[in-house]
Design a protein around this ligand. Sequence first.
Ligand code: HEM
Length: 478
Amino acid sequence: MTQKPHVDFIDPEDKDGTASQSTSERDAGTNAAKAANAEEANPAERVVELNIGDPHFMDNAYALYADLRAKGPVSRARFAVGGEEASEDGAEEPADLLGRRDTFFVTHYDEVIAALLDHRFSVDPRSGMTPEQLEEQPPMPEEFRIFSRSIISLDPPDHTRLRKLVQPSFTGRGMEALRGSIQQIVDDLLDQVEHDTAGRGETAPDRRMDLIEEFAYPFPVTVISDMLGIPREDRETIRGWTENLLRVDRLRGREVDEETRAGLREFIDYLKDLFEHKRRTPTDDMISRLVHVEEDGDTLDEDEMLATVLLMFLAGHVTTVNLVGNGVVALLTHPDQLAKLKANPELLARGVVEETLRYWGPVDFVGRRIATEDVEVGGTVIPTGDQMTASLASANRDPERFANPDVFDITRADANRHVAFGKGLHVCLGAPLARVEGQIAFTALFRRFPELRLAVPDEELRWGNSFLRGFACLPVLF
Ligand code: HEM
């Protein structure tokens, strides 16, 4: 978890991409000299490489964001994945969050908010394309067509219509009412963990678990499945499909194999049958509400319902896993903060959630914003058709907004002004749910297992190799 400065500059004239090899493949001195020369020659054209495929990207990202903030609110950036750069059309992973390869990267808090509130940015990647470019786009495979109907990929008026129909399932008050059932899910999972460790003959305080695999991962998927109204007896079956879904989202391109596509088709067929069942026999759950919803004459068609349900699993699962994992690691590596939480869990659980979201939010940046006309952000004009990416993680560490931003402080009074859930039209729909889930998880974990501690030295913990910020595995003793 060390944070070393790491900035790869790319020569914008380097058409064959040779300058985008990973740092290890290059001589560091040559690289620095190259960056300096490029900067001197044409400061406005500096392009910073965001090599999200580099296993150390997340380690170094906060130092990189600080460098960029010092240079101004908007930088030119280019995404790369490992040795390979993301393809021009963004068809390779992770197309959805990042969109195109070249982007205007916004790093200051005020400008991130202004840009996300600016309706001149579209989330539809086709919006900046000429008719000829649209014509040249490869046809979208049938299984992926659904994704383009989800609210995260739609502009108004479709976005407004769908969000209005789905929003009532996610009000703050509605989520508060779910506290009891979410608490039950947490208790059941922790019972299971205790049962498994007892089966292995382990005793407190030296029982061992991978907190991600045994708790944080199954937790939100169970909550979402309950909310949607997926029958309990189908949970094992859908587990495979939801994992498959995450794979599809990462690969959303031509190279997705037939097995993965078949898995998605099976999930879709299952959901269609479930919709039919809920249409005939509604119960008190989100799918029943969606199939019957009608607001000012608006309804959801079947593709929109499928897109909405799939998005719940995509947007609401790993993000929440990471909120729990990141918060636990932040607490265990800041014993003074953990002591405060233990002394006053009812009062400080909210603080842990908000400060974790600010300090190590699961989503470092949101891309896929195309300027539909020339838009000025922080003194930089983003031309029509170009992409903007808002760095939520950078905004959350902006010293102009948060005092001592690199300090993890669960009593920080303004932590909840973070932008970890985005801002504007597409602000996270599930934020009230994620907050309640986090509060319950942190309180329950440390109340039930007060001896909870890392089973490995903290330097051995690694951010997962993903565009979301989180630990792939988290061994703890309790
Ligand atoms: C800590 C957990 C979470 C984080 C950090 C998070 C973060 C985000 C962010 C940054 C966005 C904005 C994306 C953009 O502007 O392009 C977003 C949108 C969204 N999130 Fe979350 N999310 C979390 C949990 C959830 C949960 C639990 C659900 C639902 C079960 C959910 C459902 C959604 C939906 C549906 C959208 C799209 C909203 C729209 O386009 O109008 N999220 N989330």
